[in-house]
Design a binder for this molecule. Structure first.
Ligand code: G
Ligand code: G
Ligand code: NA
Length: 249
């Protein structure tokens, strides 16, 4: 279990870094916010993506500490950006289930001085499978802090329509697998239907995984308010964000 030991040491060793990927407005192409994405600079393996170690971090019980570090780092960095630019932070199911989550978010907002409305929390559809009453209450307490709440990876889980009725998310992010498969009639119909559903509910729709001009055109046509994907930018280091902002605004 070398990797476990290395991960336990990574925060103290300064091997974690937050990268930032832009989301842009579908109408103007202007950057609206950046998503914080954790990277691990491993001494031998090089830069490792979150998908390759997040589940291990949860398993060994350090996601609370690492998640707080990511949120604090991301919020602090966002305070150096223009006030119109938001920051998106992903919440893992384990963080979401913690009694301390709401207090942690409140404290990080106070410590960094970030305006709450600039912080957006991405909640994966998978989180919502558990204990509906407790989940809605946590969502409500987060909402009372003034942050934005997004349902992430929409279309991959099971119970999300019920949740949309019980709790008004600010944004719905359609899972990138649907944009990838636009050639299939089924995916194309779902891409249209999810935007229609969101717009009728007064919720903003976000298309993830936009890699081509054709996919972008389709997202615009179907009424997505924001888009994210390699067409608009890869995740970059914090130091590269100002250049990206001056290029696109
Ligand atoms: O950027 P990457 O392809 O490694 O992301 C893979 C997955 O890891 C994505 O689903 C993303 O939401 C998740 N992820 C990236 N950074 C974080 C983080 O800081 N916290 C949590 N909980 N998940 C993250
Ligand atoms: O589900 P979530 O939004 O948290 O996923 C973020 C992950 O998606 C990051 O790992 C990021 O690198 C990846 N990602 C972002 N844009 C694209 C894209 O256009 N294509 C693909 N394949 N992955 C993307
Ligand atoms: Na996300």
């Amino acid at each position: 279990r070398t990797m476990e030991m290395e991960l336990r040491n990574a925060l103290a060793a300064g091997q974690f870094e937050v990268y930032y990927q832009p989301l842009v407005r579908a109408d103007s192409g202007a950057v609206s916010c950046f998503e914080a994405l954790l990277r691990w600079h491993h001494p031998e393996r090089g830069t490792v993506s979150a998908c390759d170690f997040i589940s291990l971090i949860e398993e060994i019980g350090i996601i609370g500490r690492v998640g707080r570090w990511v949120m604090e780092e991301a919020c602090r960095t966002a305070t150096t950006w223009p006030g119109t630019i938001g920051i998106v932070v992903n919440l893992s199911p384990v963080q979401f289930a913690s009694d301390e989550l709401v207090d942690n978010v409140r404290r990080i907002l106070a410590d960094t001085g970030l305006e709450p409305a600039r912080l957006e929390l991405d909640i994966s559809e998978a989180i919502l499978l558990k204990d509906a009453g407790a989940t809605v209450s946590t969502l409500q307490r987060l909402r009372e802090l003034g942050v934005q709440l997004s349902m992430d990876d929409f279309g991959t889980g099971y119970s999300s329509l019920g949740y949309l009725r019980k709790f008004p998310f600010d944004k719905i992010k359609i899972d990138r697998s649907f944009m990838r498969d636009l050639d299939s009639a089924g995916s194309a119909a779902i891409v249209r239907a999810i935007a229609g559903l969101a717009n009728m509910l007064g919720i903003s729709a976000v298309a993830e995984g936009v890699e081509t001009e054709d996919q972008f055109a389709r997202a615009q046509l179907e009424g997505y308010q924001e888009v994210q994907g390699f067409l608009f930018g890869q995740p970059v280091q914090g130091a590269d964000v100002p250049a990206l902002l001056s290029r696109t605004t």
